[in-house]
Design a protein around this ligand. Structure first.
Ligand code: ZN
Length: 338
């Protein structure tokens, strides 16, 4: 079962999170299999993105969808992982052309999405109760490091984002294959400003610890650095194959930490698609009646497949015509066509 674990290092302004997506991830890949599946390197990239997006959503607790996207200029044109506040999630990638064979060696991130330096990563926060006309917040993350070198690890891209946009020191380890998508996040708790401690569940002692740490920034960094170095020693195979208890014990046996109740099952990360016939209908309306009519003329019907879950939405000529009936025509009292 997919699971998300949160923990705090006792008395230190450092927190951690570990996510393992198993059934949720396999479910998504199985749906994609009907359309041919992904090359292995793309499976790994998309799995890492899905694990990272889950960690970020659980970390910021945003009341709306968190969407992690890569718009690539290589064979991977688009990769998207979207996580709702209740940790339901979905992901998809669009591949055009050849991706190198991952069994012959590591496929570089830049060879998939940043061949001509035009690749972009974006993190979008789309509020649940968005007002009409209000734009979702979007941060664009470069796929380059501080010395303008191409970044080859998604974890580094996200670490840059967390530091630059959120002012949060973060260490991220990500790994995925066709069975598991997993990630470990270690973060230095913000020590200045408001709302920097999530809730007060752990009581006053932690807040006190953070406050006194604030007076000694050097000590704060030492604790964070030590723990983040331990986290970075976690190998890909270990993250994929070991259970959560074993991983945390092996990495942090000398660092006392308190674990929270894991989020799993109905409260944990799980696959769910937000597509619907209504949404597809409004998308078709935005294409315009002429465009939809021309598809009908050519193909006899309009068929739209959801990229995320594979559901096919079909509109025959009557359904399609109905999309463009003005709302007044179906006002109360009038007969509805169907
Ligand atoms: Zn769907």
């Amino acid at each position: 079962m997919s699971e998300l674990h949160k923990f705090l290092f006792d008395g230190l302004p450092v927190r951690g999170m570990l996510v393992r997506l198993t059934d949720a991830w396999q479910d998504m890949l199985a749906r994609r299999q009907q359309a041919g599946g992904y090359p292995q390197a793309v499976t790994e990239l998309l799995g890492e993105m899905t694990a990272a997006a889950t960690l970020m959503q659980a970390n910021i607790k945003f009341n709306g969808a968190l969407i992690l996207q890569i718009m690539g200029d290589g064979p991977v044109k688009l990769a998207v992982a979207e996580v709702q506040p209740d940790l339901s999630l979905r992901a998809t990638a669009t591949v055009v052309g050849e991706v190198a064979d991952a069994s012959a060696g590591v496929v570089k991130l830049s060879d998939m999405v940043n061949v001509n330096n035009q690749g972009r990563c974006a993190i979008t926060l789309d509020p649940k109760d968005r007002q009409p006309g209000q734009q979702p917040y979007q941060g664009v993350v470069p796929l380059f490091g501080d010395r303008h070198e191409k970044l080859e690890k998604l974890s580094e891209v996200i670490e840059h984002y967390m530091l630059q946009s959120e002012q949060l020191d973060t260490r991220l380890v990500l790994a995925a294959n066709d069975k598991v998508a997993a990630g470990l996040l270690i973060q230095r708790l913000p020590v200045k400003g408001e709302n920097n401690l999530e809730g007060n569940q752990a009581g006053q002692s932690r807040a006190d610890a953070v406050r006194s740490a604030d007076e000694d920034q050097i000590g704060v960094n030492e604790d964070y650095n030590r723990i983040s170095i331990l986290a970075a020693s976690l190998k890909r195979e270990e993250l994929l194959e070991l259970d959560v208890d074993t991983i945390l014990r092996r990495l942090f046996w000398e660092e006392p930490h308190t674990r929270f109740e894991p989020l799993t099952g109905d409260t944990g990360p799980r696959f769910a698609c937000t597509c619907s016939r209504d949404r597809v209908g409004s998308m078709l309306r935005s294409l315009g009646v002429a465009e939809v009519d021309s598809i009908i003329a050519e193909q006899g019907q309009v068929e739209v497949g959801c990229e995320f879950c594979g559901t096919q939405y079909r509109y025959d000529p009557v359904d399609a015509a109905h999309l463009f009936v003005p709302p007044t025509a179906s006002a109360p009292g009038t007969e509805k066509l169907h």
